[in-house]
Design a protein around this ligand. Structure first.
Ligand code: FAD
Length: 446
């Protein structure tokens, strides 16, 4: 009569089908999270956000009756161990698509089977579960537009109820003190693995995510269609990291946005997220290999790659984006496209280098969305126009017409008007030399 709820990237109590199923299946539920030390060093920004989210989740679970058990080590071994000690008959978790998650689930199923413990993986990470939609004659959609049509028409699961109670098993040796071997303190994790995080990160967690969602739906959504490409306007939801860690339910967000003014273009972006997840479920190598192999000859240029990473390419619109990434652990979507196109198309550097750098800094960094978008820009992915190249100067003129974005993130250029801020190489030589800003690493106006 006991179940384990293994939280992974579904760090919420609202609309969490796995949590609701665990609470419906068993009288006692042990909610747990395992820090996999193989993943922790990947990104201080995500660890910072994760620690916030776990702290918030623990508070919500305590209010429902039982706090979150935190462990470190191999998630499969720890889960099986905790389930064994708790005398649990079943483990519940949310389904996920990365290669890592798929392997974790397969191992968990094997080891639980040997211990006669059931495993249920439930949907919740996307609006429409990966694999639920497939075109005639294929196992997944390779192009967005037909996927979007099918996605809009697809039935939705009902939202999962908020459990009234998450009752822990009676005293059973699971309390952290009596079971100290794998126990973790969040402060210790943060100190060790969140050092070097960006200064201007959003606070993680379901409470912060729901508050942002509420405000966004009321105040931001109506202007999204017209404003979402305005680089300096801050007119996107910035809900991506909350979606990444499951602090906000994509199903609930899409349902709430649908039918409101401004809803359609926004919901379409949530469908893009689902799209990349269903591609990744079918092609788990998305972060390693070309989805559509093309004859691209990549150019090894360590200096150019460093300049790009550090935001000193001498192209202000590119550098502004790259510096926003370091400062905020987030970058505007338009800036992501411009900087990714510059790296892969102009510098001809392999998209995997860009993917790794974004993966290290993005709080919303996620295999499916990061790799799916990098491959889209690099022309090896799902773009129906794989040869498109974004011209950074034209993009700058269009999406940062008054130069406010560049001035905000590249303070060396703060005193210039839009024309000069976007093309400081055109300044008279003595003004140019006085600027502590590098010359372009390649000819910006060939
Ligand atoms: P909004 O414009 O408010 O959109 C709402 C939500 O829709 C986002 O939070 C996100 O979940 C989803 N979404 C929007 N655009 C996309 C898209 N193109 N693909 C997938 N989902 C989308 N997004 C990530 O969540 N994680 C990543 O690792 C990631 N890497 C990217 C790498 C590159 C090279 C590019 C070009 C884009 C990447 N994106 C990624 C997509 C997009 O840039 C971000 O989702 C968006 O900027 C997040 O800001 P927001 O929440 O304000 O977005």
């Amino acid at each position: 009569d006991t179940a384990v709820m293994l939280f992974t990237r579904d760090l919420r109590v609202h609309d969490n089908p796995a949590l609701a199923a665990a609470c419906a299946a068993a009288r006692h539920v042990v909610p747990m999270f395992v820090f996999d030390e193989a993943l922790l060093p990947a990104s201080p920004n995500r660890v910072r956000f994760l620690v916030d989210a776990l702290r918030d989740l623990d508070g919500s679970l305590r209010a429902l009756g039982g706090g979150l058990l935190l462990r470190r080590g191999d998630p499969v071994a720890e889960t099986v161990r905790v389930a064994g000690r708790a005398g649990a008959q079943a483990v519940f978790l949310s389904g996920d698509v990365s290669r890592y998650a798929a392997r974790r689930l397969a191992r968990l199923e094997r080891e639980c089977e040997a211990a006669r413990i059931g495993v249920s993986a439930l949907p919740g990470a996307t609006v429409v579960p990966p694999g639920a939609l497939a075109p005639a004659g294929g196992d997944h959609y390779k192009v967005f537009t037909p996927y979007w049509r099918a996605w809009e028409a697809a039935p939705r699961r009902p939202a999962a109820a908020l459990p009234d109670r998450v009752a822990p098993p009676p005293a059973d040796g699971l309390t952290d003190r009596r079971c100290p071997d794998g126990h973790v303190e969040l402060d210790v994790v943060a100190e060790k693995f969140a050092a070097g995080a960006s200064p201007d990160l959003l606070a993680g967690g379901e409470a912060a995510g729901r508050e942002r969602m509420r405000r966004w739906l009321d105040e931001g959504l109506p202007g999204y269609g017209d404003g979402h490409d305005d680089l300096a306007g801050d007119r996107t939801s910035r809900l991506s990291a909350y979606l990444r860690f499951g602090c906000v339910s994509p199903l609930e967000l899409a349902a709430a946005a649908r039918g409101r003014p401004g809803g359609e273009p926004f919901v379409r972006q949530l469908a893009w997220r689902d799209f990349h997840h269903q591609v990744t479920a079918a092609f788990p190598d998305i972060g390693r290999r070309d989805y559509r192999p093309r004859d691209r000859r990549w150019h090894d240029d360590a200096d150019a790659l460093d300049a790009w990473r550090e935001g000193r390419t001498g192209l202000p619109i590119v550098d502004a984006g790259m510096r926003q990434l370091r400062r905020e652990g987030w970058m505007h979507n338009r800036a992501r496209m411009i900087s990714a196109s510059f790296l892969t198309r102009n510098l001809r550097v392999d998209w995997r280098h860009g993917l790794a750098h974004f993966g290290a800094w993005l709080t919303d960094g996620d295999v499916a969305d990061n790799a799916g978008n990098w491959q889209w820009v690099a022309g090896t992915g799902n773009d129906t126009r794989p040869n498109r190249v974004l011209n950074p100067l034209r993009q700058a003129a269009r999406f940062d017409a008054d130069g406010a974005y560049v001035r905000r993130y590249v303070p060396e250029l703060a005193g210039l008007d839009a024309r000069d801020a976007h093309a400081p190489w055109r300044l008279p030589p003595e003004d140019r030399r006085a600027l502590p800003y590098p010359a372009p690493i390649l000819d910006p106006e060939p």
